[in-house]
Design a protein. Structure first.
Lengths: 501, 364, 146
């Protein structure tokens, strides 16, 4: 069978009037799109290889380059889109499952964009964060139900273990292996400087990063890679990963080719062996099993670390969360269907799971209805894109949010969605040393710190406008939100009124 | 059509005033009514009210329920419900005076009741919890009936109108109590409903409040986890429930309650000595959702004292003063001078600083 | 004194520094006009061997061989910066020969040229540093080497 020809998705448009043939594009493209033709004395492109990562565009000193979507189209068909047809070609050719990276790009509703935030006028004053204190500190973890006192009347101030964050944002799980050493170094250093946490993902913790332990959440996932006593003890909290928003119900697979050197050592598996994370934890087939793992980890860490359970937002997420809130876990992390990934089957990524906004609203309300909201803190992720999304998430009921895609963007990612190729030109989703070195953690961590500081300012401005001077008064404060263009059912689930009401 | 209170959240601005005798001496109700006159412009005629403590000495062992009824039949229905749960010692119309400023009054009754021992045993709760649950039950389930006062040896009096007229309407000069609080309301979004006037009261707790809190829904959704139901959707209601929860259910002290609802800033907490810092961190972390932000000045009344508290940025005016054994609290100095021209030691408490005045032990 | 330093760990070998340098010293305001279809004469050069790339430019030595060797007295040290006076240079290129770093090269006119830290061109700060996408080239004060 011959290869079904698919016209290149992108065109490299080079303005020859501007090109000085410095060959930066050629040197910086791991996909080998550009080359210099000595006979013609000009740069040429092989567009079949282009993934539109924009590395060449960003580095071209004369702005001679742009990448555009090719307008070569199959005959128009409202039912059979180009994308759908090309996927059929690809599968007919390969016989394989289609792979994709990063979050679901399909035009499903983004509820954040249909929610608006309140501000104070006349009856109470907005507060200027430049003049008045404005607090964003949060503590994540179980809160005691009953205040206890000594015989003397003095309060007993011991609490279950908590994570203290300077602002309600954390960097979510991305494993060493799926992203590079330098990406991890950037995240770890930024989290430490910001007083927040980053998350190891299921790749273990590189020995160089134990020094950032107080700002590290270590993950225990179904493959149990890199899990040992020191790993657990090094961290601020331990996260059990049950699922991921980009691929609920699906495990992970890091090809043996990427299991080299430090990655093999950090994951504690032989070089060259595939790292396969099973879909379920094979010791957790139900909620009572989860409880056992929670307490095993608590025993192993002397009850000093909060345990987080991370689950994907699926249809009956409220009931699942209610079960988790009674499992002994301290924090529930819910990952929505737009969450990113280093690689996932396309069909799963684009069709499984539910929006995080609805999952969050349903879970927060359910836990309150059952009177167990204080048993756990609630962290949500799966495409929190800006300070406004953070504010909306907190007002819907989240204690904090997880961000990963925004953090990767800060590191240089241009969302080309080809992480699975391992040839990330930005030095993020790759293990090739010549590419990894493109991400200098001095720059990376500074950009992450900048981004979060900018968000913190914006969060404060938004809070101040509402007349709120501490983030805890925003948490679950749904009266501060209004929907636009939402159905009565959607508003009911979100627990908010429509704008104008 | 305008929605009735409880169907929609109603922000309002207000005037508050309070007086207490530390020696437990009787103060006539018309004194507090005087305080509201100079603050006339802080209300808009859509609500005024008072709470008096020590006003029913001869009935001090019984819970005094003050109830509005829309209709006679509602009263019959409500009485039937009360009889299932209480021994009704006395039931009567609350005496009022017909004045042109106050119209459209509902049927206003008071009942002195004692919970049936059998019911307490059956529900395995103490009498306060039993009464609280009954009040919530009537107010949420019995349409047309509204319990607006339910403490022992105290009572709320409130109506749609300016506060000084409400005082005259309820003949406050005929009551004597060791402490009084008063409220004039400036709601922005209500046709005016008698039950929506303040003080808001549960058991012997009462709250008068001036402000509009920005943390409302965060506070409401938290407190509703513990069986409270915010039927009025007013700030005062949720503040009362929060105080009730912290004082009665969590057994915090008043000072501790103040450092939950008007918690010091983290920077202030971190500058405290270790022990104090631990305590404040604990309270703020455990009850983080009960921190109240946005402007408020409140006077919280209970069986034995008053506590005045401002939000931590002090976004509402509030001032205190003294004369002999009396302590005065009001939104404006003029209100205090109206009660006591010779008042002294005027003091404006800072944001989050509670002023707690207790009546001498055994004096009431 | 502030000098240009290179950390080969972060040098990507993209050669942008060379183009930025050539542009900065061209005296023109448009890079395309300055560099298109012309040979370039940068004062910083990427040295490359296997996986290592490294941008080389004048070290501004304390006791520079180029100064000592210049037969025309065209090279001097001004406030620590080693400078070449083009009007005096006779183009013998002895300096190119003696520089142990290979930091001096002939320029377009035949006169020798080298990095003078962009102090006198329109850039005002080293253009290679400003344009380095990975902070591999830095301009900073460091402990003087013995």
């Amino acid at each position: 069978m011959i290869d079904q020809y698919i016209y290149p998705e992108f065109e490299v448009v080079r303005n020859q009037n501007r090109c000085i043939s410095c060959r930066v594009c050629e040197r910086q493209c791991a996909n080998e799109v550009h080359r210099y033709d000595t006979d013609l004395g000009v740069m040429l492109s092989d567009e079949t290889k282009c993934v539109n990562c924009q590395r060449c565009v960003s580095l071209c000193p004369t702005h001679a380059l742009k990448i555009v979507k090719s307008d070569c189209r199959l005959r128009e068909n409202a039912n059979w889109s180009d994308q759908t047809i090309k996927e059929v070609y690809k599968q007919a050719n390969s016989g394989g499952v289609l792979l994709s990276s990063m979050g679901n790009p399909t035009p499903l509703p983004v509820y954040w964009d249909k929610i608006l935030i309140n501000a104070s006028q006349v009856t109470n004053p907005p507060i200027d964060p430049l003049r008045e204190p404005m607090e964003t500190k949060v503590f994540l973890g179980k809160k005691p139900e009953k205040v206890l006192r000594r015989a003397s009347g003095e309060l007993i101030t011991q609490m279950p273990p908590q994570i203290e964050l300077s602002m309600p944002v954390m960097f979510s799980a991305m494993s060493y292996g799926s992203i590079s050493y330098n990406a991890h170094a950037s995240l770890a250093r930024a989290a430490t400087e910001l007083g927040i946490c980053y998350n190891t993902g299921e790749g273990g913790l590189h020995e160089d990063f134990y020094c950032y332990g107080e700002n590290t959440i270590v993950q225990v996932a179904s493959g149990r890679f890199g899990v040992h006593k020191n790993y657990l003890e090094a961290a601020a909290a331990v996260e059990i990963k049950m699922g991921q928003g980009a691929k609920p119900g699906i495990g992970g697979h890091l090809p043996g080719a990427k299991i080299v050197g430090d990655i093999s050592r950090t994951r504690m598996i032989p070089e060259g062996s595939d790292a396969i994370s099973p879909a379920p934890h094979h010791d957790i087939y139900s909620i009572e099993d989860l409880r056992q793992l929670v307490y095993s980890l608590k025993e192993a860490t002397d009850y000093k670390k909060p345990v987080i359970i991370k689950v994907a937002a699926v249809h009956n997420i409220a009931a699942i969360a209610s079960g988790i809130a009674r499992s002994g876990a301290d924090i529930i992390a819910i990952d929505g269907f737009r969450g990113g990934t280093g690689a996932a089957p396309t069909r799963i990524r684009d069709n499984v799971g539910i929006p995080i906004e609805l999952a969050l609203a349903a879970v927060d309300q359910r836990l309150r209805d059952e009177g167990i909201r204080n048993n756990v803190s609630l962290v949500v992720g799966g495409s929190v894109r800006s300070a406004a999304d953070v504010v909306k998430a907190v007002a819907l009921g989240a204690d904090a949010v997880y961000v990963a895609t925004a953090a990767l963007l800060a590191l240089g990612c241009h969302l080309c969605r080809t992480c699975h190729s391992g040839k990330c030109n930005w030095g993020i989703a790759t293990q090739r040393p010549d590419l990894v070195k493109r991400l200098n953690p001095d720059i990376g961590s500074r950009r992450l710190v900048n981004l979060m500081n900018a968000w913190r300012h914006e969060i404060k401005e938004l809070m101040g406008a509402m007349g709120i001077n501490s983030i805890e008064c925003l948490r679950g404060n749904r009266l501060m939100l209004r929907g636009v263009g939402l159905t009565a059912k959607e508003l009911e689930i979100l627990g908010i009124s429509h704008a104008g009401e | 059509m305008l929605k009735r209170e409880g169907e929609i959240r109603i922000p309002s601005g207000c005037a508050i005033a309070a007086v207490i005798s530390k020696e437990g001496k009787g103060i006539r109700g018309d004194l507090i009514s005087e305080a509201m006159k100079p603050m006339h412009d802080r209300s808009n005629g859509l609500g005024g009210g008072f709470a008096g403590y020590g006003i029913y000495p001869e009935m001090r062992d019984f819970f005094a329920f003050h109830i509005f009824f829309d209709h006679r039949s509602t009263r019959k229905e409500c009485e039937a419900l009360l009889k299932e749960r209480f021994e009704i010692v006395k039931g009567e119309l609350i005496p009022t005076r017909k004045i042109p400023q106050i119209t459209d009054e509902p049927i206003i009754w008071r009942y002195f009741v004692a919970p049936l021992k059998s019911m307490l045993a059956a529900e395995q709760i103490d009498e306060n919890e039993f009464v609280a649950r009954t009040v919530v039950k009537i107010n949420t389930q019995l349409k047309g009936a509204y319990v607006f006062s339910s403490g022992k040896n105290m009572g709320c009096f409130k109506a749609v109108g300016f506060p000084e007229d409400v005082g005259e309407f309820y003949r406050l000069e005929e009551y004597e109590g060791y402490s009084w609080t008063a409220h004039g309301r400036y709601p922005t979004n209500t046709p005016g409903w008698w039950g929506g006037a303040h003080p808001f009261s549960l058991l012997d707790y009462s709250v008068v409040h001036n402000g509009e809190i920005s943390s409302y829904d965060a506070n409401r959704r938290y407190i509703e986890m513990f069986g409270y139901k915010c039927t009025l959707q007013t700030d005062t209601e949720v503040i009362t429930y929060i105080i009730d929860y912290l004082l009665r259910r969590q057994k915090l002290t008043l000072e501790e309650v103040a450092s939950v609802i008007a918690a010091p800033f983290w920077s202030t907490i971190n500058a405290k000595p270790e022990k104090e810092k631990e305590k404040l961190t604990y309270l703020r972390t455990v009850f983080s959702n009960l921190l109240i932000t946005g402007p408020f000045s409140i006077v919280f009344g209970w069986d034995g004292g008053l506590m005045a508290l401002n939000d931590r940025l002090k976004l509402r005016s509030m001032i205190t003063a003294e004369k002999d054994d009396k302590v005065f609290i009001a939104s404006e100095e003029a209100a205090i001078i109206a009660m006591e021209p010779e008042a002294e030691n005027f003091y404006a408490p800072s944001g989050g600083e509670p002023v707690i005045v207790r009546v001498k032990e055994g004096k009431f | 004194m502030k000098r240009v330093y290179v950390n080969e760990k972060w040098c990507l070998g993209c050669h942008l520094c060379e183009y930025n340098c050539a542009f900065a010293n061209s005296g023109m305001t448009d890079m395309v006009k300055a560099l298109k279809d012309k040979p370039i004469y940068p004062r910083v050069h990427i040295e490359q061997s296997d996986d290592i790339t490294y941008a080389v430019s004048c070290r501004h030595c304390k006791d520079p061989l180029c100064v000592k060797s210049c037969i025309a007295g065209a090279i001097s040290i001004v406030d620590g910066v080693v400078k070449i006076d083009k009007t005096k240079c006779v183009g013998c290129l002895t300096c190119v020969l003696v520089c142990p770093y290979g930091a001096v090269r002939p320029g377009p006119t035949g006169a020798a040229q080298k990095c003078e830290l962009c102090l006198e061109n329109s850039c005002g700060e080293p253009a290679c540093v400003k344009g380095c996408p990975n902070n591999a080239i830095v301009y900073e004060e460091r402990q003087e080497e013995k």
